[in-house]
Design a protein around this ligand. Structure first.
Ligand SMILES: *[C@@H]1O[C@H](CO)[C@@H](O)[C@H](O)[C@H]1NC(C)=O
Ligand SMILES: *[C@@H]1O[C@H](CO)[C@@H](O)[C@H](O)[C@H]1NC(C)=O
Ligand SMILES: *[C@@H]1O[C@H](CO)[C@@H](O)[C@H](O)[C@H]1NC(C)=O
Ligand SMILES: *[C@@H]1O[C@H](CO)[C@@H](O)[C@H](O)[C@H]1NC(C)=O
Ligand SMILES: *[C@@H]1O[C@H](CO)[C@@H](O)[C@H](O)[C@H]1NC(C)=O
Length: 501
């Protein structure tokens, strides 16, 4: 127990440093975005007061209009349209007592995408600017208050709950969960953006966001890396679909070296990864023509090895705002890789190749690389990351290739076996190779054979088979490569049903 308390204390120290760094950043930004902070401090908030700020214009300097439970004239003043969609945006814990920058980006993206909707910011800043355990305790009160507001809107305006969408970040995700649990009826949708982990991980469903809180609960998990026994974002699945971009831990562009240049400390890494959920959601609102898919998989490791890229039986879905509601399937874990910046979406390819060992090269431990040539562009050499990190000999190896750019139709694949004089970091592998080659004559250079590569594109679900461009060149040794092109006899993997006579 003491041990746990100590960990929580350490976590709180880290988190407060994290949030004060966020506040520092806001202070810097104040000059540029002057007026934005007015939105947060406008109408001095009483302790315990929860405000419903209905946004009326894309101009964040405009104060908006405050809805009050029981005040019908306010609905008219604010232009509340009960037949349109109603979207509530709920923030999380705060030390600074101000809205962070993401809030403005999210509100603006939602309003641009859904111009007729009622977009309401739930401002519970005074109750969120507390010690973390107290703020956690308040999530219950705030959720109940939102439920009361929604019940009143149902009575007064016949508000259809099906058209209500709550979007909550961090602690705000659990606030949305409570609102969904307490409201009379069932809310259409709740989106949890990296729901908070500490004091929620492992608790029973009524104490956190859960699939029963709305008709459709979708969750993005971006910071589930555990440190000192706690994870800032909840690790366990808590929705109908739970999407873990980049495995839900290391987000590209959030590495220490990436953020050092911008913000400058370790806390910035944490903020970058936790907040990535919001930015992925904003991206899904803004880049409707470049939607990212996530693929159902039992775990991040299997996904990384390319085993799960299927869209059959609803196994894939769009991420963020564009996620399709699926028939109730609780806690379905889904994965994808992303780019480091917006637009975050990229392209996934599953590749399968059988590696034949016909020349007694049992000791060969190859490091393979592939380069993809497309109609629009080519990729760099990409490391072939197979299951268990070892290429299986006389076996079919499956791996995942991710490209950040749309290379167009895949035309050609070059498979290379890294030579000994490479720059790749696999020092140990090379050391083994070197030791082994000392005791072998020059005639026993390892030789393996790859005759074709089967490819499935995740985004299009198209399958192709690639055959060696030169049918006599299917063998490969260290330092060599084989080029594959689409097989002449039909591009599709499945044989034609009707064979030409
Ligand atoms: C209210 O929303 C509905 C549905 O989006 C729309 O058809 C209607 O025109 C809106 N009413 C007003 C007054 O904007
Ligand atoms: C949570 O709030 C209630 C009152 O709403 C209070 O009685 C209780 O002690 C609080 N719990 C903690 C852990 O602060
Ligand atoms: C692979 O099969 C060949 C025969 O085709 C055999 O000589 C070799 O030992 C096998 N290697 C492994 C690792 O199973
Ligand atoms: C091709 O990719 C490179 C980076 O890999 C990029 O710099 C270049 O702009 C791309 N070209 C086109 C035509 O997209
Ligand atoms: C080298 O190979 C021979 C047989 O080919 C074996 O007896 C010897 O132990 C090997 N030496 C090393 C260092 O592996």
């Amino acid at each position: 127990m003491n041990h746990k308390a100590l960990l929580l204390w350490i976590f709180l120290q880290c988190a407060s440093a994290l949030l004060s760094s966020a506040a520092g950043e806001n202070a810097v930004l104040k000059g540029e975005d002057s007026g934005l902070d007015e939105f947060s401090t406008e109408g001095t908030t009483l302790n315990g007061e929860i405000k419903y700020n209905m946004r009326k214009s894309l101009d964040m300097e405009q104060e908006g209009c405050y809805l009050l439970t029981g005040k019908k004239d306010r609905l008219e003043e604010c232009g509340f349209n009960a037949t349109a969609k109603t979207i509530f945006i709920i923030h999380g814990w705060t030390i600074s007592g101000m809205f962070e920058n993401w809030m403005f980006k999210l509100v603006s993206a939602v309003m641009q995408r859904e111009s007729g909707a009622n977009v309401v910011v739930v401002d519970w800043i005074p109750m969120a600017q507390q010690l973390y355990p107290d703020a956690v305790n308040h999530t219950h009160t705030v959720g109940l208050d939102i439920a009361t507001m929604l019940n009143w809107l149902q009575d007064e305006e016949q508000l259809p709950l099906q058209k209500v969408h709550l979007i909550g970040y961090s602690l705000g995700a659990h606030v949305a969960g409570y609102a969904g649990m307490y409201v009379r009826g069932t809310i259409g949708r709740i989106t949890g953006l990296d729901p908070a982990g500490p004091m929620f991980e492992g608790t029973e469903e009524q104490w956190r966001l859960s699939p029963d809180d709305a008709d459709f609960v979708d969750v993005l998990h971006t910071y589930t890396r555990e440190a000192l026994g706690v994870s800032i974002g909840i690790q366990q699945p808590v929705g109908d679909i739970d999407i873990y971009p980049n495995g839900g831990d290391v987000q590209p562009g959030c590495g220490l070296s990436d953020v050092l240049a911008v913000a400058g400390d370790f806390m910035a890494v944490m903020k970058c990864e936790h907040e990535r959920a919001v930015h992925l959601f904003v991206d899904s609102l803004m880049n409707k023509d470049h939607m990212s898919y996530a693929y159902q998989c039992t775990g991040p490791d299997r996904f990384k090895k390319g085993i799960c890229l299927s869209c059959r039986k609803n196994r894939c879905n769009h991420i963020g705002y564009n996620a399709r509601k699926m028939r109730k399937r609780r806690n379905s874990k889904m994965y994808l890789k992303t780019r480091a910046d917006t637009p975050f979406g990229g392209y996934h390819y599953q590749m399968k190749m059988h590696v034949f060992n016909r020349k007694q090269s049992d000791n060969a431990d190859p490091t393979f690389l592939v380069k993809l040539y497309g109609a629009h562009n080519d990729t760099a050499n990409i490391f072939v990351d197979v299951y268990d990190n070892t290429i299986g000999l006389n076996l079919t190896n499956t791996f995942l290739v991710f490209t950040e750019q749309d290379i167009g139709d895949l035309l050609k694949i070059r498979l290379s076996w890294e030579g000994n004089s490479n720059t790749w970091g696999s020092v140990w592998k090379n050391l083994k190779k070197t030791l082994w080659s000392w005791n072998t004559t020059s005639t026993s250079i390892p030789v393996l054979q790859v005759r074709r590569i089967r490819v499935k594109a995740g985004e299009t679900q198209k399958k192709f088979t690639f055959c060696a461009q030169d049918p006599s060149k299917t063998e490969i040794s260290p330092g060599e490569s084989i080029t594959f092109v689409k097989c002449r006899d039909g591009w599709e993997v499945k044989p034609r049903k009707r064979l030409p006579m």
